[in-house]
Design a protein around this ligand. Structure first.
Ligand SMILES: Cc1cc2nc3c(=O)[nH]c(=O)nc-3n(C[C@H](O)[C@H](O)[C@H](O)COP(=O)(O)OP(=O)(O)OC[C@H]3O[C@@H](n4cnc5c(N)ncnc54)[C@H](O)[C@@H]3O)c2cc1C
Length: 446
């Protein structure tokens, strides 16, 4: 057992990196911080991608790492990124890989000659020991944390239905049934004439489309999704005004107000996106005022619309999609997958409406899976599920709630997993605000 560690951060992605940067800026000594995670700091699921075709889905001035210097990344990008294709009429949309490089360099710069303690592995379980936390690691080691911050991000996606793999070898399955496409390594295996099935119609599917077009794909692309619609393209937008939200909102009044506020024009226009982004500013505060029941009602009624429009896609990505459409090389198949089966060289997907889709490779673009570490915390009764049953519950100070709904004094959660409790916390800028808020709290404790 290691000796006690002052501040332990579980996770090594964007949230962990930005947390380290803000702790250091608040004067917390680097020697008091231990970071546990298997990858290069700052890259995580979004920015460690091998594919150069994966682009950021927001323009450069929205990737905020310091609230008091919002253009820090935009300036860095001008002098450190050579990417002539980044410029569009809606702003610069850089490669995700380059943003990962920015975050890694930012951490190194902030550290200077100091060093963090890094443990390149995963945490499998967290248990309470007196006033501290005991962490079990996947390398069989254990360590103790006095103050613990969980920043494990979006859990990698898993198949949303049963997969029958009886008739194929593990190697073939591994390369032809791509369960987690976020890093994009699978792309180099794809034959240019293959028929590809994309399961899901969100930003991950658009990433795959952009990458396949950039590598000159000739085969058909089938998109299985309940709706024949992709997130729209990012248009140039600026917030012009602040909406005057009615007081005492119910879910019904909330939806009505949003509907009336949004202009009746296409969601791909600047006019629509300006209004949408004006509404977004207050959403977290409003979300936090709703009861558990009201949050579930909202998720059921407008959850899918929210996921569709919250982020739009980069203009480069949508241009690739348009290219495929013009060549009739992309086809939507409406429905939800119930069973994936392999009949080499084909993969078949049975949908809930009885239709069977056939292709040579399937890419899972359906979104996030379940984080085993957070599930363990619930099973051990150290945490409770959030209202959406997608993660664990936290209070507005990011403190994890115990089984009596009381906040732990030394256990915090930051990043997208706080969404069910706090609202729209997925974008880099929202995570930065959390890290700044938590670093302010923690500087008094060390
Ligand atoms: C594919 C993808 C693309 C995205 N693109 C954009 C974008 O263009 N713009 C934008 O603003 N946002 C984007 N996002 C949103 C994203 O949520 C945030 O920008 C941000 O990257 C989340 O940071 P994070 O640290 O919480 O998660 P991550 O950066 O994913 O980091 C979590 C890290 O924790 C590690 N980890 C997990 N479990 C454990 C464990 N038990 N022990 C130790 N380590 C563990 C993982 O290996 C991972 O490296 C994207 C998200 C994804 C998934």
């Amino acid at each position: 057992m290691h000796k006690s560690n002052e501040i332990v951060i579980v996770g090594d992605g964007f949230a962990a990196a930005i947390m380290v940067i803000h702790l250091l800026r608040k004067g917390v000594p680097a020697s008091s911080i231990t970071l546990i995670g298997p990858g290069e700091i700052g890259r995580g699921n979004a920015y460690s991608c091998a594919s150069q075709s994966y682009r950021l889905n927001v323009r450069e001035d929205l990737l905020i790492t310091f609230s008091d210097d919002p253009l820090h990344f935009a300036r860095w990008a001008q002098s450190h990124i050579h990417d002539p294709e980044a410029k569009t009429t809606a702003g610069y949309f850089y490669r995700r890989h380059d943003f990962g490089r920015y975050i890694s360099e930012l951490v190194s710069h902030e550290l200077g000659l100091r060093q963090l303690k890094r443990i390149p592995t995963k945490v499998t379980q967290i248990l309470r020991r007196g006033d501290d936390w005991t962490l079990s690691l996947s390398n069989q080691d254990q360590l103790i944390a006095k103050q613990l911050i969980i920043a494990t991000g979006n859990a990698p996606p898993s198949w949303p239905c049963n997969v029958n793999t009886k008739l194929a070898s593990p190697t073939w399955i591994h390369t032809h049934l791509v369960e987690n496409p976020w890093a994009g390594e699978y792309l180099q295996e794809v034959g240019s004439h293959e028929d590809i099935i994309l399961l899901g119609g969100g930003l991950t599917a658009l990433d795959a489309i952009n990458a396949l077009v950039e590598q000159g794909h000739r085969g058909m692309i089938y998109v299985i999704s309940p709706r024949k619609i992709f997130p729209p393209v990012q248009a140039p937008w600026q917030r012009q005004q602040e909406p005057k939200w009615p007081k005492q909102l119910s879910p019904r009044r909330f939806i009505r107000f949003m509907r009336e506020y949004l202009p009746s024009v296409d969601a791909a226009t600047s006019e629509w996106q300006c209004s949408w982004e004006e509404l977004r500013v207050n959403l977290n505060t409003i979300w936090q005022q709703f009861s558990s029941k009201q949050r579930l009602i909202l998720l059921k009624r407008v959850g899918w619309i929210w996921s569709l429009y919250r982020f739009r896609a980069s203009p480069q990505t949508i241009a690739s999609y348009e290219q495929l459409r013009a060549k009739n090389q992309i086809h939507f198949i409406l429905g939800r997958a119930q069973l994936i089966s392999c009949a080499r060289p084909n993969i078949k997907v049975l949908l809930d409406n009885g239709y069977e889709a056939v292709g040579e490779r399937i890419i899972n673009c359906t979104g996030v899976g379940v984080d085993p570490l957070l599930s363990n915390l619930i099973t051990s009764q150290l945490a409770i599920p959030d209202d959406l049953q997608q993660s664990i519950a936290v209070d507005t100070n990011l403190r994890v709630l115990d089984s009596n709904q009381k906040a732990w004094e030394n256990l915090w959660l930051i990043g997208p997993a706080t969404m069910g409790s706090l609202g729209d916390v997925v974008a880099a800028s929202a995570i930065t605000k959390q890290a700044e808020q938590l670093a302010e709290q923690m500087k008094m404790r060390v």
